[in-house]
Design a protein around this ligand. Structure first.
Ligand SMILES: Nc1ncnc2c1ncn2[C@@H]1O[C@H](COP(=O)(O)OP(=O)(O)O)[C@@H](O)[C@H]1O
Ligand SMILES: [Mg+2]
Length: 286
């Protein structure tokens, strides 16, 4: 075999290996992180969610949209068992994280370490910026100052806040920051403990457009490392930040929230399969 033929065989071998690696990467990056199968949720005798079945892929941004009261927050909160202390609130059916039932075999404390949450209103503690971010790490028992320093800096950098606060980490209280900075601080606090999933319930609804834009950019970047599920009533936001979109609606008679359609965001917005999705995304709903 001459040199050229050998080289070409080698190259096609490389190309094949690369193609295979890409395929593997594509498969692993779209693994299901959270899965619901006929999941129901009740507040006492009121059924707030009915037969929710969905597979939320890992390392992507999934947006949950739908009119007020359709159960978006209820579903989001069910994922890290935020309802545990609400009397009469209970889930039924399957809701799984990495294939393990959230309401069965997972310890809620361990679950919340893996599934972080960011709320509608930024809720920093009345503590220094540093102590806000170090909070969860200290709860985990980390005391070594060097490790804390490093993890706090990393989290603040990843939350795109480091440059704005690095000179006053110990001086300023988290509550002294602007609204947008406070929300990025809450994101830093959530990611400092390196969760696998971050749940966000309308994280920008209390923020101005510039602060909102910064959070949206951040969400996009963070999805490389985390699975993100974001509830938003802002459809433009869902279009801008999410890979996948779930559309929920409340059943008129029973008032239970149902999942109407779930798919890639561009399909949901440009080519929805269900008439109700189409009516909602085109603003004809109501
Ligand atoms: N703690 C609660 N107790 C009783 N009902 C509740 C509670 N929280 C929410 N609900 C009801 O559950 C339904 C879904 O609410 P929610 O999940 O907050 O909707 P969304 O976030 O889509 O606006 C609504 O009818 C709401 O009134
Ligand atoms: Mg809500």
């Amino acid at each position: 075999m001459d040199e050229a033929a050998q080289q070409s065989r080698l190259l096609s071998g490389f190309a094949k290996t690369i193609a295979q690696a890409k395929e593997r990467a594509a498969q692993t990056s779209h693994e299901t992180k959270i899965e619901a199968i006929n999941f129901n949720f009740f507040y006492g005798s009121f059924q707030a969610l009915r037969n929710i079945s969905i597979r939320i892929p890992s390392n992507q941004v999934t947006a949950i949209i739908g009119p007020s009261g359709c159960g978006k927050s209820t579903f989001l909160r069910a994922i890290n068992r935020m309802h545990d202390r609400t009397p009469g609130a209970r889930g039924e059916g399957q809701l799984m994280l990495d294939g393990v039932n959230i309401y069965g075999d997972l310890d809620p404390v361990k679950l919340r370490r893996r599934v972080g949450m960011v709320f509608q209103r930024p809720n920093p503690f009345v503590k220094s910026i540093y102590d806000n971010v170090a909070y969860g790490l200290r709860v985990q028992g980390i005391r070594d100052r060097r490790i804390l320093d490093e993890k706090v800096e990393t989290a603040l950098r990843r939350a795109a806040l480091w440059d704005e606060v690095k000179d006053r980490l110990h001086k300023a209280s988290g509550t002294a920051l602007s609204g947008g900075q406070q929300q990025r601080l809450c994101i830093a606090r959530a990611i400092a403990v390196e969760p696998e999933v971050i749940l966000m319930d309308e994280p920008c609804s209390a923020l101005d457009p510039i602060a909102t834009m910064k959070i949206e950019d951040l969400i996009h970047e963070l999805s490389a490392s985390f699975t993100i599920v974001i509830v938003t009533h802002n459809m433009q936001q869902a279009m801008r930040v999410s890979d996948m979109t779930a559309f929920m609606l409340m059943d008129r008679e029973t008032r239970a929230g149902e999942l109407i359609e779930f798919g890639p965001t561009d399909e949901i917005f440009t080519n929805p399969k269900d008439k109700r999705t189409e009516d909602y995304v085109t603003g004809r709903f109501g």
